[in-house]
Ligand binder design. Structure first.
Ligand SMILES: Cc1ncc(COP(=O)(O)O)c(C=O)c1O
Length: 445
């Protein structure tokens, strides 16, 4: 491991100036960059990001939870290069191509239940829009237009386009745009952090499921679907919950004829320790939304998978009964090849099994972190770790990000929650850097 001191990145002033003048950065108060300079990244390899000054940063959050097998992964790079010489993109209406067919077949073979039909878009929020529209449209086609409401979990996050934001319950993203949003009921969260003292995760999740049951008993006739983030509510601060909630939710939705939409955009592809989070509850949703890790985190790609029952409701002689929704880059060939290469790595390297050992190692070395006097609720689910930091500093997240960079780690807390979502190729030495560096961060702040 390099022990060189963190240096101010070369050319940062110039690039910062140009970036601030021309690029409106996402989820950012731009003025804060007057005091906190942007980090000019020039390359990446494995878990590491390299800046223009020669510093490196361990990508502990997989670049917003997307990267699975490291930056510049040779298998994925080769697949994209090969596809580039064939066809980079062709519209998916009226045309098809091998990568999108192969990917759809492959996803069908690994997804829970019988989700045999894949509809593609480019990002997570678009996948959510598609699932919501498809669910509503299905009930309309079945002669039940009154089933047009959606419910989601308290603290859920599903993206920031207007439909996705309507079913999101994270105040910082939602409040300003509330007048533009459709009303949506948010049923109590099963996130164990909110349990009564002494209440088990299972009991708390069951109690939340009973609240869902009571809600649907009254409102099922107007409800098209329940949408949820299975097992881990990411943007809410990696709130984790017991799989019994998913089992109960599936059963209740079946009983009341309400679709279940599983938003596995963040948790799909092994993040929670199984290929899909729904696997841990042994359930299959009516709609499965995938993105982020779908292309190994390389290229913007999302998919909504659904059942034959839903598909058949749209299958008709009349164009008007079709699902008339489109995205220009739907089923992009390069992104599909990246996704196929990523699935090859899962098989070749038996990634789900290998991750169990990695998680066990990280849990062992993280014992001092879990026991740190400032740390609360240290928790782990598969390849996700999180804990709250006891601090009164309102600027904690920004301070922690800066302190992390000095320790060669990219940390981006959610409020006072520090979390790790590392690429799966992280090795033991790199996990040591991550844990020791985070301890240093806690001790300096
Ligand atoms: C659970 C979940 N759903 C939806 C989204 C939205 O995805 P995107 O940012 O690609 O629109 C995210 C993004 O973080 C997410 O975590």
């Amino acid at each position: 491991m390099s022990t060189t001191q963190h240096k101010a990145p070369a050319f940062s002033t110039q690039l910062q100036h140009r970036s601030l003048a021309a690029v409106w950065h996402p989820c950012t108060q731009m003025k804060q960059h007057e005091t906190h300079p942007l980090v000019p990244i020039v390359s990446g390899k494995g878990v590491w990001l390299y800046d223009a000054g020669g510093n490196r940063y361990l990508d502990a959050i997989s670049s917003w939870w997307v990267n699975l097998f490291g930056h510049a992964n040779p298998v994925i790079n080769a697949a994209i290069r090969d596809q580039l010489e064939k066809i980079e993109h062709v519209m998916l209406a009226g045309f098809t191509h091998e990568p999108v067919v192969a990917l759809s077949e492959r996803l069908k073979s690994i997804a829970p239940g019988s989700l045999g039909h894949c509809f593609y878009a480019s990002d997570g929020a678009s996948a959510i829009e598609i699932a919501l529209k498809m669910s509503f449209h299905y009930w309309l086609l079945c002669g039940q237009p009154q089933k047009n409401g959606f419910i989601s979990l308290q603290n859920d996050y599903h993206g920031e386009t207007l439909g996705a934001l309507s079913v999101t319950d994270v105040a910082i993203f939602r409040e300003t745009y509330a007048p533009l949003l459709r009303s949506c009921a948010h049923v109590p969260t099963p996130d164990w952090r909110y349990a009564e003292a002494g209440e088990s995760a299972r009991d708390f999740a069951s109690r939340a499921a009973t609240a869902l049951e009571n809600h649907l008993a009254k409102h099922h006739a107007q409800t098209a679907a329940l949408i949820l983030e299975p097992l881990v509510q990411g943007a809410a601060g990696m709130g984790m919950y017991h799989p019994v909630y998913l089992q109960r939710a599936r059963e209740i939705c079946d009983r009341y004829q309400v679709h279940l939409i599983a938003d596995e955009i963040a948790v799909g592809f092994g993040r929670t320790g199984t290929l899909f989070a729904c696997n841990q509850a042994g359930i299959a949703p009516d709609f499965l939304c995938l993105s982020k890790g779908l292309s190994g985190g390389y290229l913007p790609l999302s998919a909504v998978m659904t059942t034959d029952t839903v598909f058949q409701a749209f299958y008709d002689d009349k164009t008007a009964r079709a699902f008339l929704h489109s995205h220009s880059h739907s089923g992009n060939a390069l992104a599909c090849r990246a996704a196929l290469a990523s699935l090859d790595i899962f098989e070749r390297d038996r990634v789900i099994e290998a991750n169990k050992n990695k998680a066990a190692y990280l849990n062992t070395i993280a014992a001092p972190l879990a026991a740190h006097p400032k740390v609360r609720n240290f928790r782990n689910c598969g390849m996700i770790w999180a804990f709250e930091v006891a601090t009164d500093d309102a600027d904690f997240a920004a301070q922690c990000f800066q302190a992390g960079l000095k320790q060669q780690i990219l940390l981006r807390p959610l409020g006072k929650t520090i979390y790790f979502i590392p690429p799966y190729i992280i090795d033991e030495q790199e996990m040591d850097v991550l844990v020791n560096g985070t301890l240093q961060v806690l001790n300096t702040l």
